[in-house]
Design a protein around this ligand. Structure first.
Ligand code: FMN
Length: 179
């Protein structure tokens, strides 16, 4: 399910103490959402529970990012990334997201758990043109080929930045002095 709304340029920001938390089942359907998420997205619990997380997908987000998100999670690893999300009134907000697989006591995968916070503007200034170029690449040629090209472009940017992996690249942007 996707929101049938027209995106606009109203930007919202999380406070420095705000964390958005959601949980999903193994298919990415929302099973828990905290109040901060409902408030910023402008969606109620009944509108969110049981629906696919792509309900807040913003059209400015390249497919390649979500492709790497799901590949990372399916390999049993945690994902870090910057995501632009849609609000129910067409506005948007950026998050720095950490998503981890959620296992039960027997080690069986139950779903995924995500915590998001406000990204630094310095990270967004670097990422926004990269995502824009990825979107342009994804709009040309076949879906498979254009997605491969978009990921290759992102990998080129990671190498150019001197990072050894996507994860290091992203964490460096979040905390320039770290990693
Ligand atoms: C725990 C979890 C949290 C997610 N959070 C978001 C999110 O905040 N925004 C988003 O667009 N997609 C999020 N996704 C990814 C969506 O499930 C989906 O892959 C993405 O929106 C792309 O949707 P599409 O393939 O239908 O275009 C999340 C997935 C999981 C498992």
């Amino acid at each position: 399910m996707k929101l049938k709304i027209t995106p606009n340029n109203t930007r919202r920001d999380l406070g420095s103490e705000d964390f958005i938390v959601t949980k999903t089942d193994t298919k990415g359907r929302i099973t828990y959402a905290n109040r901060i998420f409902m408030d910023i997205a402008g969606l109620s619990e009944s509108e969110l529970l049981g629906v696919q997380h792509n309900i807040i997908r913003h059209p400015d987000m390249p497919r390649g990012v979500f492709n790497s998100l799901w590949e990372t999670l399916k390999a049993g690893n945690e994902f870090f990334g910057f995501v632009k999300n849609l609000c129910s009134d067409g506005g948007y907000y950026w998050v720095f997201a950490n998503i981890t697989p959620d296992y039960d006591k027997d080690g069986k995968l139950q779903g995924y758990y995500s915590v998001r916070r406000q990204p630094p503007q310095s990270a967004l200034d670097i990422l926004m043109p990269v995502y824009k170029e990825m979107l342009t690449i994804e709009s040309t040629g076949s879906k498979k080929e254009s997605q491969e090209n978009s990921i290759a472009y992102l990998n080129g940017k990671i190498t150019q930045a001197g990072a050894k992996s996507y994860e290091k690249f992203v964490l460096n942007l979040y905390k320039p002095s770290g990693v």
